[in-house]
Design a binder for this molecule. Structure first.
Ligand SMILES: [Zn+2]
Length: 525
C-alpha cells in the first residue's frame, strides 16, 4: 500500500492525508502534519511512502523558480505518480502554486480543449493567456498584454472605441473601458459618448470582469467577447450598444490576489460604500451610461469538504433579480435571460446552475446586486477556477463566461424594445411607488438547503468525479421589506453631495467591533 511519487530533480515533495481543505488560496497550502517518506531516491527525485491506508491524500511539490504543485491523490492500492512542474514567469500576475486533480475528476468533470465545442468557439481562444511562448504557463494575462491586445483589435474596427476610466491607485495602470457601438462617437469624451447612447433608443450592456483579480478566466472571457464583437457577432450592434471593462482590479492582478492591495477590501462588497477608487470608476461609468443590462464575471475556487466533495459546476449564474425595488416583470425577464444562457451552456456540455443567494450574503454591496438594485437586468457569472488553477481547463472556463455574456447580449438585441420598456417602467415604478413601506411586502431573512427540481447545485466527489448530491439554498420570506435601499444619484450629483442629500454616512469601525447588520434577498424566485 505504497504511494510512490517521481518529481523533477531537486524538487521537494511533501505528502498529507486528506484533501487540501484548509488552504491559503494564493501562497502555500496549509495542512495537518506531513507524512514522512520511508525512502527518498537519489537527487530527491523519487519519494516512497509505505504502509498507507486507502483514501484521499495530496502532495505539494516545490522547486525554486517553478510553480509549486498541489496534486490530489485518490489512493486505492498501489499508487505511482510522475509529476512535472512549470516555470514561473517572474514579474507578477501568477500564483505561487497550482492545483491538479485526479485523472477521474478531470475526465468526468473538466474536459477542456480548444476543439471540444466546434469552430465557432475555437476561434475565441486567442486571448493573451492562450498564446504560446509566454514565459510562465500559468501566468494570467498581464495588464500590458491586455491593453496591447485591445489596441490591436480596435485598430481595425471603426465600431470599437477605447476610453480610460482613470488610473489604478497602487501601480497606476490605466483602466480601459471599451465601447462597441454603431454610433459615431470618435473624438467624443466618455460623457459625451454616453449621452449619445442614452438618447439613441437602444439598450446598453455593461460587461465588467475581474473585480476579484484572482479570477483570470473572467477577463479572458471579456476579451473573447471583444474578439467576437469584432467579428460576425457584431450584428447585434444594430440593436444594442455594449461597453466592456475587462479588468477592474488591475493592481490586485499584479499580485495575483483577490482583494485590493491598496485598501485590503474585497471590492465586490464595496458598491454601496465606494471606498475604493476602482469601484468609484465603475460606478461613474454606470452613472453616465445607465445601462439596462449588467454582467459581472467571476471565478470560484474548489472548496472541498473533508471527504473530498465539492460543489462543481461550469457556470453558476446569480441575478440581481428581485432587488427590493424590482417589479415582477423585471424579475421574470432577468430569470428568462439567465435560463436561456444556462440552457445554451448545457447544449455545449457545460453544467450550468443558479448560484444560490443566501440571506447572509453581501446583498446590495456586491456589484451584481447593486446594479440590480438600480434596476438594471443584472447577472453575475462564476466559473470553477482561480489564478492557482493556472491554465487548467482554461478553454472550458472562458467558454462559460462567453456563453453567458453572448446569450445575454443576444437576448438584449432580440428583445430590445420590450427590454427597454420593462427596465424604464421599473425605474419609474421605483421612483414613484416602491419607496412606500408595506407590511405585506416580505423579504427573506432565513434560508436552508433543499432539493428543488432543476435549479440545483451538484456536489461532486472529486476523486471519482461522481455526483453525490444536488442541492440549492431555499429561502423563506420572513420580514416586511424596508424602503428602497439604493436611491439613484443623478449624473450631475457628486458622490459626497449625494451621500449628504440621502443622509448616508460612511465610516470604518475600529477592528474588532461588534455591530448589528442586516442583509436582504429576494424571495420571489
Ligand atoms: Zn469573484
Amino acid at each position: 500500500m505504497a504511494i510512490v511519487i517521481t518529481v523533477p530533480q531537486d524538487a521537494a515533495c511533501v505528502l498529507f492525508a486528506g484533501v487540501p481543505e484548509k488552504r491559503d488560496y494564493f501562497s502555500t497550502v496549509k495542512n495537518s502534519a506531513p507524512i514522512a517518506p520511508t525512502e527518498v531516491g537519489e537527487n530527491g527525485t523519487v519519494y516512497c511512502f509505505e504502509g498507507l491506508a486507502e483514501g484521499l491524500y495530496h502532495c505539494c511539490v516545490s522547486k525554486e523558480g517553478y510553480n509549486s504543485l498541489c496534486q490530489v491523490i485518490n489512493h486505492t492500492g498501489s499508487t505511482r505518480l510522475t509529476l512535472t512542474l512549470d516555470k514561473l514567469a517572474g514579474g507578477g500576475f501568477e500564483a505561487g502554486y497550482v492545483m491538479r486533480y485526479t485523472p477521474e475528476f478531470m475526465e468526468n468533470q473538466l474536459l477542456s480543449h480548444k476543439d471540444a465545442w466546434g469552430e465557432e468557439y475555437a476561434k475565441l481562444f486567442c486571448t493573451p493567456q492562450f498564446l504560446p511562448g509566454r514565459p510562465g504557463r500559468h501566468q494570467q494575462t498581464t495588464n500590458e498584454e491586455m491593453v496591447n491586445f485591445i489596441e490591436k483589435l480596435a485598430a481595425g474596427n471603426p465600431h470599437m472605441h477605447i476610453f480610460s476610466l482613470g488610473s489604478s491607485p497602487k501601480y497606476g495602470y490605466d483602466m480601459p473601458l471599451v465601447l462597441f457601438t454603431r454610433e459615431s462617437v470618435a473624438g467624443l469624451t466618455l460623457a459625451q459618448a454616453a449621452e449619445v447612447l442614452r438618447r439613441n433608443g437602444k439598450p446598453t450592456v455593461q460587461y465588467n470582469a475581474q473585480c476579484h483579480s484572482s479570477e483570470p478566466a473572467s477577463t479572458e472571457g471579456a476579451l473573447a467577447m471583444m474578439v467576437s464583437l469584432c467579428g460576425e457577432f457584431s450584428r447585434v450592434l444594430e440593436q444594442v450598444d455594449v461597453y466592456i471593462i475587462p479588468r477592474i482590479n488591475l493592481d490586485g492582478a499584479v499580485e495575483a490576489i483577490r482583494k485590493s492591495p491598496t485598501t485590503g477590501d474585497d471590492m465586490n462588497r464595496d458598491y454601496l460604500y465606494m471606498h475604493n477608487a476602482e469601484v468609484r470608476m465603475v460606478v461613474s461609468a454606470y452613472n453616465l451610461f445607465r445601462p439596462e443590462v449588467c454582467i459581472d464575471g467571476h471565478e470560484k475556487f474548489h472548496r472541498f469538504n473533508a471527504t473530498g466533495e465539492d460543489i462543481c459546476t461550469d457556470m453558476e449564474v446569480q441575478t440581481g433579480a428581485g432587488a427590493l425595488n424590482h417589479p415582477a416583470e423585471m424579475t421574470e425577464m432577468v430569470m428568462q435571460m439567465a435560463l436561456e444562457a444556462m440552457q445554451k451552456a448545457r447544449t455545449l456540455g457545460l453544467r450550468s446552475h443558479f448560484y444560490g443567494k443566501l440571506a447572509s450574503a453581501a446583498g446590495g454591496a456586491a456589484g451584481s446586486s447593486y446594479f440590480g438594485t438600480r434596476n438594471s437586468l443584472s447577472f453575475l457569472v462564476e466559473t470553477p477556477g482561480q489564478v492557482n488553477m493556472g491554465m487548467l481547463c482554461m478553454e472550458r472556463r472562458v467558454l462559460a463566461h462567453y456563453v453567458l455574456a453572448s446569450s445575454v447580449i443576444r437576448y438584449t438585441a432580440e428583445h430590445s424594445a420590450q427590454l427597454m420598456a420593462t427596465v424604464h417602467a421599473s425605474r419609474n415604478f421605483m421612483q414613484k411607488s416602491n419607496q412606500i413601506y408595506d407590511e405585506k411586502k416580505l423579504f427573506v431573512l432565513e434560508h436552508e438547503r433543499t432539493v428543488t427540481g432543476s435549479l440545483v447545485n451538484p456536489l461532486i466527489h472529486v476523486p471519482t468525479g461522481r455526483v453525490v448530491e444536488e442541492t440549492m439554498p431555499s429561502t423563506t420570506p420572513s420580514r416586511p421589506r424596508p424602503f428602497s435601499p439604493a436611491p439613484v444619484p443623478p449624473p450631475t450629483c457628486s458622490l459626497p453631495a449625494w451621500r449628504r442629500r440621502m443622509k448616508f454616512s460612511v465610516w470604518r469601525p475600529a477592528m474588532p467591533s461588534t455591530i448589528t447588520a442586516w442583509a436582504q434577498v429576494p424571495w420571489h424566485w
